[in-house]
Design a protein around this ligand. Sequence first.
Ligand code: GLC
Length: 710
Amino acid sequence: MYGQKPNTNALVLPLFMRSSFRFSPFTLVSTPFFNRLRNFHRNLPLLDWASDFITIHRFNFLISVSNFPPISLPEIGIAMASSESILQVFCGAGPQLFYPNPCFIKSDFTYSRGSITKYKKKSGSNAIRFLKCSSVHVPRPFPATHSIRSTNFQNGRFHHLNCKCQTSESVSGFTAEDGNGTWVVDNSKQLNTIQDSNHLPNHSESKDNDKFNKEKDDSVSDSIEDEAWDLLRESIVHYCGSPIGTIAAKDPTSSNVLNYDQVFIRDFIPSGIAFLLKGEYDIVRSFILHTLQLQSWEKTMDCHSPGQGLMPASFKVRTVPLEGDDTATEEVLDPDFGEAAIGRVAPVDSGLWWIILLRAYGKSSGDSSLQERIDVQTGIKMILKLCLADGFDMFPTLLVADGPCMIDRRMGIHGHPLEIQSLFYSALLCAREMLAPEEGSTDLILALKNRLVALSFHIREYYWIDMKKLNEIYRYKTEEYSYDAVNKFNIYPDQISPWLVEWMPNKGGYLIGNLQPAHMDFRFFSLGNFWSVVSSLVTVEQSHAILDLIEAKWSDLVADMPFKICYPALEGQEWQIITGSDPKNTPWSYHNGGSWPTLLWQLTVACIKMGRPEIAERAVKIAEERLAKDKWPEYYDTKKARFIGKQSRLFQTWTIAGYLVAKLLLADPNKAKILMTDEDSELVNAFSCMITSNPRKKRGPKSSQKTYIV
Ligand code: GLC
């Protein structure tokens, strides 16, 4: 489909066995594979349970590949059960059964080890036991960024980056122990100052009063910004004495820290950008290099590893006693690729954000030496290889499981969610800019360029919706079998929900959340739309239309706090089925229609790009009225974002950093360029050639002689 070819390998097995983003050992396929089952459920929305059933267990496949039976629901059940038991035998019975292990065919950089390694720390410390059943990391054939790599092998800790530090007294930075428990900030003092200065006189008509109010506003805003900077600096995590990232949240009121005491890759992006905009480059450089070192670490869940090149969702700096020396400690970096995360979701967005930040670092600091390093170039290529690998898909969009991004719980976004596609596109453009041309990467660069064209065509054509398109869908004919079908994905017009008919403004439009066969997810997902504007995934007209829609739907998308993560919320039976009755994602809460102030910065970049910063200014002003008073919550609940979220963390770092980035960029819009990518002529040319050269791809009325399947 438009340059995107399904894999035609004569060898089918490698296709099934290829590295993926998932921890689950199942093979990830898109919905058509499961169409026969879905036909029983025509009238239901695409159910999440289906995504589990449409997968075929790798082990089962290995066993039955020569005699691939037709799939039926009971058979899948039996196959899954039998392969589960095989898995147990493989993983649980001991080393002799464990080797050789067919599921650990790995690409570059690793070789199969085939043994179980247990590491137990001395009693008295937190015991850590690792079941190593995957492979041993072989260092890349280039100088490591830090002496830590050699230490790894000496200490036999394949799972950690570590560096020996001094005695425990002199260790600086955060540990699990000192992370939240001992954190003391005199917030009451700071907050009181802000609250006092918030008692402003009402706005009056007179100019004097306006001036007075403006000055007051500016000083309130300044003191909020000062507080935000203080908090952001306090959130910095150190590793071996140097800043390396920022903690996700430092909420002294929360008793259950979960993983909020870790450095999340995606959460650090606004922090990193804030530091770049301030000219503080070292922390960003250090973050980029250390996360790069974590990239190739092997992590497993029930003996299965995700693909090489995956970046962790988060990491933690742990202080552990140094082996063989009771008086000393060492710090280790412990990454989480999703194997410990709630729901075991693999963070597909981490690597994409990493590439985007790397480019921003170069643009902002003027230091291109970082992106030119061989290890960094290899890191970029590993991410690209994982994303561009051949799969079963006919679509150029990236196929992922549910919860692969900011929405990291089940929300019915599996398949081809917009957020991932816009970050994917953006990362491809950034990578194209940074990759050094060399013989070895010609194929990769070619694949990247082809994907860019196919991806932008697909999204602009099929994800776009406005009044005109909606009316087209409303009148769609279905069950067309032909190359030039108008309704290519067999969308049943009944899918257009009543809310959308009411909601779509006359002026404006947006990209839908997801597209699958016979399924359009019409929900508005903010981040995906913002980043499509920022990266020029959409046209200039579409970009303006997205901002028009935001203005037209202000009371739904912004209301009392910017910005709704998605609109509308899933309710009733839909909520039950799609979220699995998730009590954290109840309607208008958290990921399900909650409002996330961190989204301010992405909104701001999009508005600046389109020359309409006043939209972002308006949103920042609304946020400013509450953020500091409310202690920088992670998210807000209710339709109009009136309440601090039920389980929302306070002092959430990316709320703080998102606000700061928005303020800094609005003060100096030129600086937003470090994040934007313009549509280039190469792409536009290829794009228009595609539309004009092949009549099959044109949208429009069908000839009456078309073949239909009855
Ligand atoms: C929640 C959010 C995720 C974020 C993490 C840390 O899991 O859904 O996007 O990265 O918290 O803040």
